[in-house]
Design a protein around this ligand. Structure first.
Ligand code: HEC
Length: 434
């Protein structure tokens, strides 16, 4: 016994943890954000840059505030899991406790594809925001840009990527496609930026099919990483579609001009599977009472045909506290897909399943969202307000965005046939996020 404990005590002394042990972990887990021009305020790409933050690093990994990742144990496994293994935490901690020594020289980190490069390679098609003027302060309405793609044939897109220009002010950009004949922002000019009213954004033809109106290709929010959807799956862009950017900017203290770009990667041939994004797992009707902590909103939908679930993105605003998404199978079995017990609105992460799960027809998808409207929530702009659905940060939302996979020839509309009609906006404040 005694010999073993002596050995354990002696282990750290046998091999001091130095920069050579730490660099690979930072390269794997941190520098996609912690490099010049990326979202994090400091770079960890070399020893001299990292050394001053050693203690902060130990603290952040112990608190699990870094890397930002909010799925709790009990969730399924995710392809883009950013969390550290116990061994990685132990190495970082041992290094800081040893005084963050440099030790033997190592080959410096291979420069990652920086923010100025396309991470997935040169796209087949690039669309650019033509210089959006962001003032130093104030609250900006959602802005839109419609760009005709002039595609003569139905085109499969195997991946898409945002190259964000002004990271400090871009809150999010969603790229939709609008098939010909759609009611979505019909009549608005192309190739110029405009801000329609909520009512104008919500306008739709009677009985218009969901996917005939618009389809989400990709959303950008801080922390986003480009990734092809599937080896054998792609999104479909019908011939004659327009691309529409929905953009939300948050002024950052100094004026900025944003020229973010969006790239599309075409699939060489029709894929086996089609990936579709839906926003119908949501609750539009809640009212969070003033000062309430622990208010719960529920949403559910039942699949009218089989599909595979590829990803989940919880979406709430600053009063959002937790979200859990479950699948209740026709045989009664319940599976927790994603549990986010401590939601952080700064990290609108898309959780991409390591193995997409099969959802038979009749599977009920449920989402439970918790909100904190009390003064203890330090992000709460007004605990005295009764809070409803709305697109400003002072309003709330409860959506679990999903990406589903169906066969390439399948009709995504059939996913919905057992759903009640899509809720129609009753008042501007209750309009869905479109
Ligand atoms: C997805 C992007 C991302 C990744 C990955 C990431 N960080 Fe960060 N990090 C940020 C951003 C943004 C900030 C500044 C805002 C904040 O503190 O949340 C930050 C701040 C920090 C801070 C400052 C203090 C603190 O706790 O907020 C430390 C220390 C830190 N990161 C360490 C790390 C380490 C170590 C890793 C890898 C093991 C890592 N980060 C991975 C984005 C990231």
């Amino acid at each position: 016994m005694r010999i073993w404990s002596l050995l354990l005590l002696a282990t750290p002394l046998l091999a001091e943890t130095t920069w050579k042990d730490v660099q690979p972990i930072l390269e794997r887990r941190c520098v996609q954000c912690h490099q010049k021009g990326e979202v994090a305020p400091m770079a960890f790409t070399s020893y001299p840059e990292t050394r001053p933050f050693a203690k902060a690093i130990r603290q952040a990994v112990a608190r699990q505030s870094m890397p930002p990742w909010h799925a709790a144990p009990g969730s399924l496994a995710f392809r883009n899991d950013r969390s550290l293994s116990a061994a990685e935490v132990a190495t970082l901690t041992a290094w800081v406790e040893a005084g963050a020594p440099q030790g033997p020289a190592v080959k410096s980190m291979a420069p990652a594809a920086g923010p100025s490069q396309w991470k997935l390679g040169q796209p087949d098609r690039v669309v650019q925001v033509p210089g959006f003027q962001v003032p130093a302060s104030g609250q900006l309405a959602y802005s839109f840009l419609i760009v005709p793609l002039n595609l003569k044939e139905d085109t499969w897109v195997r991946a898409a990527e945002f190259r964000i220009d002004q990271r400090q002010v871009v809150h999010h950009i969603n790229a939709f496609i609008r098939p010909p004949g759609s009611s979505y922002l019909a009549g608005f000019p192309t190739n110029e930026i405009f801000s329609p009213t909520v009512a104008q954004r919500g306008k739709r033809h009677a009985h218009e099919r969901v996917f005939d109106r618009r389809q989400l290709i990709l959303g950008y929010e801080p922390g986003y990483e480009p990734m092809p959807w599937l080896e054998d799956g792609a999104k479909l862009v019908p011939a004659g579609s327009d691309l529409i950017f929905e953009m939300h900017y948050n002024p950052g203290g100094t004026p900025a001009v944003d020229r973010s770009e969006f790239g599309l990667y075409f699939a060489p041939a029709a894929p086996k599977n089609r990936v579709v994004a839906i926003d119908t797992l949501r609750d539009l009707d809640f009212v969070i009472p003033p000062h309430a902590n622990g208010f719960v909103s529920q949403a559910a939908m039942t699949l009218a045909r089989p599909a595979r679930l590829l990803s989940v993105q919880p979406h709430m605003h600053v009063r959002g506290k937790s979200m859990t998404v479950r699948a209740v199978y026709p045989d009664g079995r319940t599976e927790t897909v994603l549990a986010v017990p401590r939601y952080d609105f700064n990290w609108q992460t898309t959780y991409v399943l390591a193995k997409p799960i099969d959802l038979p027809k009749g599977t009920r998808l449920e989402s439970t969202a918790g909100f904190d409207n009390s003064p203890n929530n330090r992000f709460n702009p007004d605990p005295a307000a009764a809070v409803k659905w709305g697109d400003q940060t002072t309003d709330e939302m409860h959506i679990a965005f999903l990406e589903l996979v169906i066969e390439a020839t399948g009709d995504p509309e059939k996913l919905f046939s057992s759903l009640p009609a899509l809720p129609r906006p009753t008042s501007p404040a209750a309009a869905p996020q479109d």
